[in-house]
Design a protein around this ligand. Structure first.
Ligand code: IPM
Ligand code: MG
Length: 351
């Protein structure tokens, strides 16, 4: 079984995390082929476009894409991977590995997954000056004047659709079925204030619960959930939420177990999925070979699962867990002194 993976290494320090992970996967000889779409500044200089058709074709031909973090021009490729490929379910696991530098006194047993709706909400990207809304003469539930008369300012559209919500919530229910254990889905929204949008998300989610009687369904207001996620993270299994809350809380969840360097991520659509560490490009440590590659490595194991290499995915996860448990080859964000490549070499030995 040969599978092709398009690799976009990303910007700043991101390639330093991506390269040794690709090398490690490659060394396992499981039949992976790597292609490297040219995107961003290099592509722009050579072809005049930061995302030329050849790069798009390479992503389309590949079985999946492995994406490092973007700070700038590689962002067009990210837009394509999300909105172009309709990868609507962003899966962000939060699992404590003993040995990680969690700030919590009792992090043992943290193992939940945020499923972030990945395409809608405020991220549809429709923004503009408030005065453009004058023809609509919109009044809100709280302010006392039509919104275009409030003063100079901007608006953003928060769009929550039935189809977009249904598919991500179904995905989250299915994930709760597949994960061994709690079979619980938690929905987090600001439905008390944003009744029309988040209220709709919750209404659609609650409506689907009847189709999954074997999964316990519960819902919290998002700000309350943020507190619960930190106070008692062990209680959660799969948590589904609209895009922006998922963006914010998944970074917070990374901090809960140790650092953003641990936060893996995969974006799933009906016929494509791509994988990316959730950390940013860490420009402050670029070029120093100290970025924590765990997020990239665990994103890669999610990709292996998706491509049908479950056994290898479990082996790599176990090797990563062992390196943390031993605690001798950890990167500086985890209190160690190892370089990125030394950490990966330790995982390779543990394999
Ligand atoms: C993430 C990132 C992205 C997002 C940025 C880079 C556009 O923060 O994957 O969480 O907002 O989704
Ligand atoms: Mg983010």
């Amino acid at each position: 079984m040969i599978k092709t993976i398009a690799v976009i290494e990303g910007d700043d320090a991101a390639p330093e995390a991506m390269r040794p992970v690709v090398q490690l996967l490659d060394s396992l000889n499981m039949g992976l082929e790597w292609t490297y779409p040219e995107v961003g500044e290099v592509a722009e200089e050579r072809t005049g476009s930061a995302f030329p058709p050849a790069a798009k074709a390479m992503i389309d031909r590949a079985d999946s894409t492995f994406f490092g973090s973007t700070s700038g021009k590689t962002g067009v490729a990210l837009n394509y991977l999300r909105w172009g490929k309709e990868t609507y379910a962003n899966v962000r696991p939060c699992r404590y590995l003993p040995g990680c530098a969690s700030p919590l006194a009792q992090p043992d047993g943290i193992d939940f997954v945020i499923v972030r709706e990945n395409l809608e909400d405020l991220y549809v990207g429709v923004e503009g000056p408030l005065e453009d809304l004058a023809p609509l003469n919109l009044t809100g539930r709280t302010i006392r004047k039509p919104v275009h008369q409030v003063g100079e300012g901007r608006f953003a559209i928060k769009a929550i659709t039935r189809e977009g919500t249904e598919r991500v919530v179904r995905f989250a229910f299915e994930l709760a079925r597949k994960r061994n254990g709690k079979r619980k889905l938690t929905c987090a929204t600001k439905h008390n204030m944003l009744r029309g949008t988040d209220g709709f998300f919750l209404e659609v989610a609650s409506g689907l619960a009847a189709d999954y009687p074997d999964v316990a369904f519960e819902s919290f207001i998002i700000d309350d959930f943020a507190c619960r996620m930190i106070r008692e993270p062990q209680k959660y299994d799969v948590v589904v939420m609209p895009n922006q809350y998922g963006d914010i809380l998944s970074d917070a969840a990374g901090g809960l177990v140790g650092s953003l360097g641990l936060a893996a991520s995969g974006c799933f659509g009906d016929d494509y999925a791509y994988f990316e560490p959730a950390h940013g490009t860490a420009p402050d440590i670029a070029g120093r070979n100290i970025i924590n590659p765990t997020a990239a490595m665990l994103s890669a194991t999610m990709m292996l699962d998706y491509l049908g290499f479950e056994a290898q995915a479990r082996q790599i996860e176990a090797a990563v867990a062992r390196v943390y448990a031993e605690g001798v080859a950890l990167t500086p964000d985890q209190g160690g002194e190892a370089s990125t490549t030394a950490f990966c070499a330790a995982v390779g030995r543990a394999l």
